[in-house]
Write a protein that binds this ligand. Sequence first.
Ligand SMILES: [Fe+2]
Length: 425
Amino acid sequence: MTIDLDVAAVRTARPRKPLRDRGEDAVPAHHDRRAMWLDAYRGVRDETERRAAPLSAEDQVIQSMPDASPTKWHRAHTTWFFEQFLLGPKLAGYQRFDERFAFLFNSYYVAAGPRHARPQRGLITRPDASEVAAYRQHVDAAVVQLIETASDAALDDVLPIIEIGLHHEQQHQELILTDILHAFAQNPTAPAYDAAWSWPRQHGGDGFVTIDGGVYTIGHAGSGFSFDNEGPRHEVLLQPVRLARALVTNGEWLAFMQDGGYETPALWLSDGWTHAQSEGWAAPGYWRMVDGAWCALTFAGLTPIDPAAPVCHVSYYEADAFARWAGKHLPSEAEWEVAARTDELADAFGTVWQWTRSAYAPYPGYRAAEGALGEYNGKFMVNQMVLRGSSLATPAGHARVTYRNFFYPPHRWQFMGLRLADYDA
Ligand SMILES: [Fe+2]
């Protein structure tokens, strides 16, 4: 089976209805509301299985590094999320599929109890892939029952949990792809996830988007879904700045490499230089020299580098060094959001996440949610950097202009790239 990861094709696999009203819709009649949420639930759950379908049982067990998780674990963990936070507390008489799964498939929710060590997820051969499929079906049947039979009042209480569960599962859908690509990159035979895959076409764009200095408002507002870290909406003061319309390309990155970018310590943050040396970085992640030409492992296997395509799989440290080499800087997340709202940034979404120079920190007035789901975002707000936009692996409809992704500065196994900014406007 082949999976077409073309953005348009992924979009067709999305739920036929939005996950929630986009802010302009009246609250639908209750009957329609149930039908809409059943449709959304099934659509997202099916998309997870669609992404896992090309992978063998052996593929689904492997954990190639502590930060990546096995496909089978992603499929089970997203299911546990509904069991833990929705069915256990909200569906009377719900019987857990297997009491042991809470320990195996809890990720980081301390309030939800003890959990298996993250770096050892790849050691779990049982339950096998077919048992995980049965686990998913068991939970799906219960969630459908809950949506269909809950009283209207109970539904008001239940739907926000289903909603965050679906957005959570979409985040793991992206990780299914990035984690298996990392695993395949360890394989000397360079397996293909989908031999027919190709990079999404870029829109490109020349020059810069100019942002005047002044006070702007960023962050999420309105009734549509957002994660808690996207608010509160608040004012920021920007200096005059301009952001490149286009993403940095492989061709530009090759110029950086040929100019000694990876051998010039003055271009690097101290921590970045240390990482580059200890990891032996001399090119972006997954790049290999083959018969004198650079190739990269992609979903289609090992393919020649396209100089016009956006550079990908670079860490924050590398992106920062490149920006210094180019005499520019990485935009702050506020600069990025203000520029993106002009709709003049090319490829802001759907190709590569874009590193910003902003530390992942709470917005003014941020308070984590009450209860176990309060662990979702807030406790990670230290030592990581924000990325904006979305990537080719992000499920269509998942990203927003206010979306804040975050990773540690050395990470580069996600679809991470950059666009430059300049204060010399
Ligand atoms: Fe999770």
